[in-house]
Design a protein around this ligand. Structure first.
Ligand code: ADP
Length: 480
């Protein structure tokens, strides 16, 4: 079933995001208003307290120097402060808190002032007296005078409440446009945030519909969604390359299998024809066996390559002297080289150790040596040089053979690829793909430098201490 992203899924995500953004925006605005209200009310209270304490200080001095009658006169004259918009409440009581004098009691009718007489007084204490309708509060500060009497000064909370009430009205006027602004801003931001994802969805849909060239548009900015878009495109590029490579491999494999399978079929058909004697039937069977071995070898190598490339291949790494790995191979290839009149020379220090899967690395070296001798004409030379450099083991296998043309050079690592000049030689075109996959599975690299008619050099670089996953990893030197 083809993969489809329901368009509704995108719409609901976008809607949810816009709700989140709007909610966040509105909540922040309300929080700012609530905090402003809190700071405003505490600032007004602090201002009232400061005014009360300072006025009380002034009146205490007046009383101490000139006495009660002079103070009463002073209070009666100063109408602005004691009768105005936000007047001070003044009460003088004797030692037992019985009221001696209350300034303008008619102004404070809403408060039951008789209650103050029953409340014990303490020097420098703040008290509150609620109005009869509990709508206002009288905030009072008490001070003992030098003769033991009490002076109480206070202010009603009414003016503060009015100021806060005005703020509240403003608050409710501001809320509706704030909500509209929040929803509009939230929707805009959600649309902006979702745009790259929307592009990604359209791209995926295009790819699903067969347009493999479709890519997500992106800018050069470094925000996360832009990075995601770039990575997404890179991923699509890689998948595309992989699919193309797989297609090519399957085409090549089909092509490569057709000839041996046809040969196999023809040989069987001829053997089955009447009148054939036992010897010719045996010969036909031997041919079939050889052909099927070739096919099996090809399939096994292909399996090994894909296991090594995908990391499924199990390596059994060991620390082993390079020469111990190479000597059996040299013994074998020395004979083939001599047959072809090619000189095979080795330069490798005895103390060079490799941490590799010996069997797999032997296959790698065998493939490269085999090619080197195979593609070097009589009178030529093949050398193996190995050394330790910058924490890596470097192995260079050079030949003075036919070389590789610059056109062929990038393709020699492809599965089933054979250069034009090698059609006449035996081979499957899988050797170098296998070599590269195994070297990379050892966390190494392989490069080639080649000049047609002069020769080629294959250079393997392996880390000295690779972290190779193995169930049977054994760092102890083993005999081969
Ligand atoms: P093959 O079985 O054809 O040797 P490989 O995968 O080993 O397959 O090599 C791929 C191609 O690379 C060869 O067909 C050949 O054209 C080229 N090649 C590999 N090694 C050499 C070499 N030492 N000298 C020249 N050409 C080489």
């Amino acid at each position: 079933m083809p993969f489809r992203i329901p368009p509704r899924a995108f719409k609901s995500s976008s809607f949810r995001l816009s709700v989140w953004y709007s909610g966040f925006f509105i909540s922040c605005s309300v929080l700012i208003l609530v905090m402003t209200h809190y700071f405003l009310s505490s600032a007004l209270l602090r201002a009232d307290k400061t005014a009360i304490v300072s006025e009380l200080g002034r009146l205490t001095t007046e009383y101490n120097f000139r006495g009660l009658p002079s103070l009463q006169r002073e209070l009666a004259e100063n109408k602005n402060m004691y009768r105005g918009k936000n007047p001070f409440f003044v009460r003088i009581a004797d030692i037992s808190n019985r009221p001696l004098f209350i300034l303008n009691p008619e102004v404070w009718e809403e408060f039951d002032l008789s209650l103050l007489a029953s409340h014990p007084l303490h020097n420098g204490q703040w008290t509150k007296l609620a109005s009869a309708d509990e709508k206002a509060e009288l905030l009072l500060f008490s001070r003992r005078l030098h003769d033991g009497r009490w002076l109480q000064l206070g202010r009603s909370s009414e003016v503060r409440e009015q100021a806060l009430g005005q703020f509240f009205r403003l608050f409710f006027i501001i809320i509706p446009p704030l909500v509209i602004l929040g929803v509009a801003g939230g929707t805009f931001l959600a649309a902006r945030t979702m745009r790259p994802i929307q592009h990604m969805i359209h791209t995926v849909q295009s790819i699903v519909n067969g347009n493999y060239e479709a890519r997500v548009p992106y800018t050069e900015s470094r925000d996360e969604l832009n990075e995601l878009a770039k990575l997404f495109n890179e991923m699509v590029d890689r998948i595309h390359t992989l699919i193309t490579g797989m297609k090519e491999s399957i085409d090549n494999l089909g092509h490569e299998l057709r000839t041996p399978m046809t040969r196999l079929r023809n040989t069987c058909e001829m053997a089955l024809q009447r009148g054939k004697n036992v010897d010719s039937c045996r010969e036909a069977l031997a041919d079939c066996l050889e052909e099927s071995d070739r096919i099996l070898k090809m399939l096994n190598t292909l399996m090994d390559i894909s296991e090594a490339e995908t990391g499924v291949m199990k390596l059994h790494p060991k620390s082993i002297p390079f020469l111990r790995l190479l000597t059996p191979l040299v013994d074998m290839y020395q004979y083939i080289a001599e047959e072809k009149d090619v000189v095979l020379a080795i330069h490798a220090p005895e103390e060079l150790y490799l941490t590799v899967d010996p069997n797999r690395m032997t296959q790698v070296l065998a493939n490269i040596l085999d090619n080197a001798i195979k593609y070097t004409p009589a009178g030529g030379r093949v050398t193996v040089d190995a050394k330790q450099s910058d924490g890596r083991s470097i192995i260079a296998i050079a030949d003075s053979g036919i070389g590789i043309s610059p056109k062929d050079l990038p393709k020699i690592w492809d599965r089933l690829y054979r250069g034009d000049g090698s059609r006449s030689t035996k081979g499957l075109g899988l050797g170098l793909s296998f070599v590269k996959a195994i070297v990379q599975a050892h966390q190494g690299t392989i490069d080639v430098a080649s000049t047609p008619g002069i020769g080629s050099t294959f250079i393997i670089s392996l880390p000295s201490n690779p972290r190779l996953a193995s169930r049977h990893f054994n760092p102890i030197i083993t005999e081969m």
